[in-house]
Write a protein that binds this ligand. Structure first.
Ligand SMILES: Cc1cc2nc3c(=O)[nH]c(=O)nc-3n(C[C@H](O)[C@H](O)[C@H](O)COP(=O)(O)OP(=O)(O)OC[C@H]3O[C@@H](n4cnc5c(N)ncnc54)[C@H](O)[C@@H]3O)c2cc1C
Length: 427
């Protein structure tokens, strides 16, 4: 019986398990996850800490119905090298219950295919860690941070990316005194056009957040862990007082366990995959935040890092996985064939809730190009286009239909008279 090992029990891994079964796969599925939580949804952790996030309860995605084994609190430590046989070394995650070999390094689990769905992990300088200093990536992180953030709490957020901006908005709504420090000259730098970052800064300021850009944090000193001691943040040779500090410096793909496995990763450590999710080593596929997927339409690799990719990209991966499993095991590694037809190639889409307004981003909004900016009582649209008027991407608040129109145009990729009539997109 074919055995598929899915490593990473987040949204992408859970979707692979359920879509495999929905496609009629009758073999064995093992899902391995480092956290000791049932698979859950991350976006509410910054926006609505009291929301139900369990994937089964919140979204009906039931990994226990799909997988034969769900091994939580279990970490993949290595993808074993070897030209033919695929295997993964499993170890207990901290304090986890996984079975360990007597020498403390196993067990090694063989599989016919391995899906890398290990997501990403937050970047945090080691010297900054300690009492009062937080990251916000897991449900466990949220359970520690949010009870400490209430009326009057001095919260310093280091980093004005998605997580930093959303957490700042949520904390301000809870009555905290929030300072947001960003090293760049604007918020969401490298993620949205400058004008959108400026809009977000104004919005957060109006919500009561003290926003400081061009404020590179030099050091965060954790509290001493004794009553009355608080963490401190040094910026511009001054010390910003805090009760709690949230370090939100972004994430990197959690693929360290693939070192030495022969699986190609890019400079960010993301697994490089084709439109079907196939990695450079036969029988290994990757999806979600851990992967960077070749997009034929964009003619470049598109990193994960957003919810929609983790949700949608398993739809391309599963046919490729089934084609691999159906091929002759003696010869399939020599010529790993793609399924017939074209892979779905969804247009990248990110949503962000900034404490009320939903910012939607579709397409490639950081590509070089001009920005067509419209603002009105509902919010704004910022359409990014090239010299020829071709739409590259759109950011919008309060204009969901513009996002729908932009998605249609971007999907057709310049075919179909898709040259952006910007008025048609945003009007
Ligand atoms: C606080 C927060 C808010 C967000 N908000 C938004 C939003 O508003 N909009 C949006 O588009 N995106 C948002 N995102 C991003 C989105 O949640 C992610 O893109 C999505 O969760 C990626 O899913 P994934 O399954 O690839 O990875 P993950 O959800 O990270 O799951 C990967 C799992 O693999 C596990 N794992 C890691 N290493 C190993 C190992 N070696 N062995 C076994 N298991 C391992 C991890 O513990 C984790 O449980 C947010 C992310 C965070 C953290």
């Amino acid at each position: 019986m074919a055995h598929v090992l899915v490593v990473g029990a987040g949204l992408a891994g859970a979707r692979v398990c359920t879509l495999l079964r929905a496609a009629g796969f009758g073999g064995r599925i093992t899902l391995v996850g480092a956290e000791d939580e049932p698979p859950y949804d991350r976006p509410p952790l910054t926006k609505d800490p009291d929301a139900t996030v369990d994937l089964r309860a919140a979204m009906g995605i039931d990994v226990w119905a799909a997988a034969d084994e769900v091994l939580l609190a279990t970490r993949a430590a290595a993808l074993l090298p070897g030209p033919d046989d695929l295997g993964v070394r499993l170890v207990p995650a901290v304090d986890g219950p996984a079975a360990v070999r007597a020498d403390g390094v196993g067990p090694d689990v063989a599989a016919d295919a391995v899906v890398v769905a290990t997501g990403a992990e937050p970047v945090q300088p080691v010297a900054w860690a300690g009492p009062g200093v937080h990251t916000l990536h897991t449900r466990a992180d949220a359970a520690v941070l949010w009870p400490m953030v209430g009326p009057g709490t001095r919260l310093v957020v280091v980093g004005g990316g998605w997580v930093g901006c959303e957490a700042a908005a949520t904390a301000a709504a809870r009555g905290a005194r929030v300072t947001l420090l960003e090293a760049a000259d604007r918020l969401l730098a490298g993620r949205v056009p400058a004008v959108v970052g400026e809009w977000v800064a104004e919005h957060l300021a109006a919500a009561g957040v003290l926003v400081r850009t061009r404020a590179p944090v030099e050091h965060v000193e954790a509290a001493l862990g004794v009553p009355g001691s608080v963490p401190t943040v040094r910026v511009d040779r001054a010390v910003v007082p805090a009760d709690q500090v949230l370090v939100a410096l972004g994430v990197r793909p959690a693929t360290g366990w693939l070192g030495g496995s022969g699986v190609l990763r890019d400079e960010t450590a993301a697994v490089v995959v084709d439109p079907w999710g196939r990695a450079s080593r036969a029988g290994v596929l990757a999806v979600g935040d851990a992967a960077t997927r070749w997009s034929p339409r964009a003619r470049r690799h598109l990193p994960g890092g957003h919810w929609t990719a983790a949700m949608q990209d398993p739809e391309a991966l599963v046919p490729a996985l089934l084609a691999w499993l159906a091929a002759d095991p003696r010869t399939r590694a020599a010529a790993w064939r793609a399924p017939a037809g074209e892979a779905p190639d969804p247009v990248p889409y990110v949503f962000s809730d900034l404490g009320g307004p939903m910012l939607q981003v579709i397409g490639d909004v950081t590509a070089p190009g001009a920005v067509d900016w419209h603002t009105d009582a509902s919010g704004f649209t910022a359409a990014v286009h090239d010299d020829a008027g071709q739409l590259l991407g759109l950011c919008a608040v309060g204009h969901p239909r513009a996002i729908t129109r932009a998605r249609r145009l971007l999907r057709s990729g310049g075919q179909d008279g898709a040259r952006a009539d910007l008025a048609a997109v945003v009007g």
